[in-house]
Design a protein around this ligand. Structure first.
Ligand code: NAP
Length: 310
């Protein structure tokens, strides 16, 4: 059976790995695991290929590095990958202990969670097929009204976020604030990309379906790796049990099945531009619906990837 190709970023663990496994089991899909670490990528490939219907491909991608992202299309060429049916922008970090700066001079959370994916999408646009799907993994932590326990995002402008000069109102919570702000940026990016596609004169682009996805809280993934020992223990052992008690906590397999479903299904319940929170089309926060902000972030991101921080 002829298959479509899906690139999944952050496919070495957690949500990305499980989503890759589910997609690869579907004979209509072949997966490219975009991973920053070769050994972890290879370990992921061995897991995914157990039930895969097509060869599982691994492609190096370090989202901290504009150079690595720019090299990615050539990596796909070398693997023989041309047309893409889906792009799953899933990789993410949460730096809690201290602010980290990438070699390109950007604050790392913003660089990995938003800016790297922005550039990657720009570089892969020409390869996306007529009915391609782009899924941007965001989070309900972008919305203070959902009371996730995380601080509200603090967005002023893309350049300040890239420079790491905008840490929010509480220095102690700065790392968490940078994370929730990056997840707000994911929504701005997805909504603005969907708007641009819908307005495009190119019929191929007009047919793309771009969605933002909230997997819900999925304890046990690698996302808490920068937290202290006690929180990591609760994340790994206590919260997963709360899921069994019916709390608002999701398992990775359920969230991954929902994310894979956005790629594989033609379901009209998921129109382009939608925000899908735990499987249901949901209104994002008022702040996330600010279309001018989305356009501003897009312009800032274009300038940042073209010319760096200054
Ligand atoms: N867990 C939750 O409760 C939750 C809730 C809402 C949203 N999310 C979102 O879900 C997504 C997946 O997170 P997860 O929970 O599955 O966490 P995870 O297990 O830590 O997975 C994160 C993935 O991103 C990759 N990654 C990190 N930095 C990277 C970089 N610089 N370049 C390329 N890849 C990089 C990691 O690669 P390595 O294996 O090499 O580190 C890993 O494959 C994230 O976007 C996160 O914001 C998670």
């Amino acid at each position: 059976m002829k298959s479509s190709m899906a690139v999944i970023t952050g496919a070495s663990s957690g949500l990305g790995l499980k989503t890759a496994e589910i997609l690869a089991r579907d004979p209509r899909w072949q997966v490219v695991l975009a991973c920053r670490d070769a050994a972890r990528g290879d370990a992921a490939r061995r897991i995914v290929e157990r039930a895969a219907k097509h060869p599982v491909l691994v492609a190096p991608l370090e989202l901290e590095s504009l150079t690595s992202i720019r090299a990615f299309p050539a990596v796909l060429d070398a693997l023989g990958v041309r047309d893409l049916g889906a792009l799953v922008l899933n990789a993410g970090v949460q730096d809690i202990q201290s602010m980290r700066t990438t070699a390109d001079g950007f604050e790392r959370t913003f660089a990995v969670n938003h800016l790297g994916h922005f550039l990657l999408t720009e570089l892969l646009e020409a390869r996306l097929a007529t009915d391609a799907r782009v899924a941007v993994v965001s989070s309900n932590t972008h919305d203070p009204a959902t009371r996730t326990g995380m601080p509200a995002p603090h967005f002023q402008d893309g350049r300040a976020l890239a420079a790491g000069t905008d840490e929010g109102p509480d220095a102690v919570l700065a790392g968490r604030t940078r994370y929730t702000t990056s997840k707000l940026c994911n929504l701005y990016f997805a909504r603005e990309l969907a708007r641009r596609c819908a307005a495009s004169h190119d019929a191929r682009v007009r047919n793309w379906r771009v969605v933002a996805f909230d997997p819900g809280m999925m304890p046990g993934t690698g996302l808490a790796r920068d937290y202290g020992g006690l929180i990591r223990f609760v994340w790994a052992y206590v919260l997963p049990v709360m899921r069994l008690a019916g709390s608002n906590v999701n398992g990775v397999p359920l969230s991954a099945a929902r994310l894979a479903g956005l790629v594989t299904s033609d379901d009209a319940r998921w129109p382009s531009g939608a925000y899908i929170s735990r499987g249901v089309v949901t209104e994002p926060s008022t702040e996330a619906r600010d279309a001018q902000r989305a356009r501003d972030l897009w312009s800032a991101s274009e300038a940042l990837v073209a010319g760096g921080r200054s």
